[in-house]
Design a protein around this ligand. Structure first.
Ligand code: SF4
Length: 234
C-alpha cells in the first residue's frame, strides 16, 4: 500500500525558505543550509553537522559554493525535531532572503600570498553587517587576500581584495543568470576602520536607492557608479 504523502502548501514552502530550509524536487524532502563565516569550521561545528545529517537527513552533507554547508534529504515531518535540536548545537541556519549573506573569505590570513587578515576581516564584516535585513535583494560579500582572488570578490555585490597592506573594493558583481563583473572603486582603503565605514555607506546607499528585487549591480547600472560615489562622498 502506498504511504500518503504530506500536503505541503506553497506558502509553507516559502516560509521555510526564510529559515534557509529549501524544498527539494519532490516537495516532501528539504535541504537545510547552515551559516559559515569565512569557510572556517571547528570540530564542534563539524560534529554538530554530522549529528544533524545522521539523525534527520540521509547522513550526507553538501558543501556549498559559498563556503557554507547544507544537509539534504530531511523528510518534512522531521523538520520540527531538527529545528528543536539546533537550539542546543553550535550551528545556526544560513541567512536567507533580502539581507547580507554569510561572508566568504579565502585563507589569506595564513596563505603565503595574503597581504591582509582575510579571516579576521570576514568576521568583523559579519559582526557589523551580518544582521542587516530589508535590502532590495540579497547582498553577498567576499574577501580575498591578494590579486589571485580565490574568493572571487569581483563576483559579489561587494568584494574586498588585499592590495598590499590595503584594501581594494569591488561593487555590484554577481554570478547567476546575468553575471556582472564588479566595478573596482578608484581608491584603496588603508585601514579596516575606513573599509568598514565604506561598506556601511555602500549598503545604506543600496538600501535607499535599490528597487525591490534589484541586485546591487543593476542599481549601479541604472544610477551610475560615479553618481553613487558622489552620493556617498567618495
Ligand atoms: S586570494 Fe591570494 S591570499 Fe587568498 S588564498 Fe588565494 S592566493 Fe592566497
Amino acid at each position: 500500500m502506498k504511504t500518503k504523502q504530506p500536503e505541503i502548501t506553497n506558502e509553507e514552502i516559502a516560509k521555510l525558505k526564510e529559515s534557509a530550509i529549501f524544498a527539494e524536487k519532490d516537495r516532501i524532502h528539504f535541504t537545510a543550509r547552515f551559516l559559515v563565516v569565512g569557510g572556517l569550521m571547528t570540530p564542534e561545528k563539524l560534529r554538530a553537522a554530522a549529528t544533524i545529517a545522521k539523525r534527520y537527513g540521509d547522513g550526507t552533507v553538501h558543501l556549498t559554493t559559498r563556503q557554507g554547508f547544507e544537509i539534504p534529504h530531511i523528510p518534512y515531518e522531521k523538520l520540527p525535531l531538527m529545528r528543536k535540536a539546533l537550539e542546543n548545537l553550535p550551528i545556526e541556519p544560513a541567512r536567507s532572503g533580502k539581507c547580507v549573506r554569510s561572508i566568504v573569505a579565502c585563507p589569506g590570513t595564513y596563505c603565503k600570498f595574503g597581504g591582509i587578515d582575510t579571516q579576521g576581516l570576514a568576521h568583523a564584516i559579519f559582526k557589523k553587517f551580518g544582521k542587516r535585513k530589508n535590502l532590495p535583494h540579497k547582498f553577498k560579500i567576499a574577501v580575498g587576500g591578494c590579486r589571485h582572488c580565490c574568493a572571487k570578490p569581483q563576483e559579489n555585490d561587494l568584494g574586498v581584495m588585499g592590495a598590499g597592506k590595503g584594501y581594494a573594493v569591488f561593487v555590484g558583481g554577481m554570478a547567476g543568470k546575468t553575471p556582472r563583473w564588479g566595478d573596482r572603486l578608484p581608491f584603496i582603503m588603508q585601514t579596516q576602520t575606513e573599509l568598514l565605514a565604506l561598506i556601511k555607506v555602500v549598503i545604506d546607499w543600496y538600501a535607499a536607492h535599490g528597487l525591490d528585487k534589484e541586485r546591487f549591480g543593476a542599481t549601479i547600472e541604472r544610477i551610475g557608479l560615479s553618481n553613487m560615489l558622489a552620493d556617498i562622498g567618495y
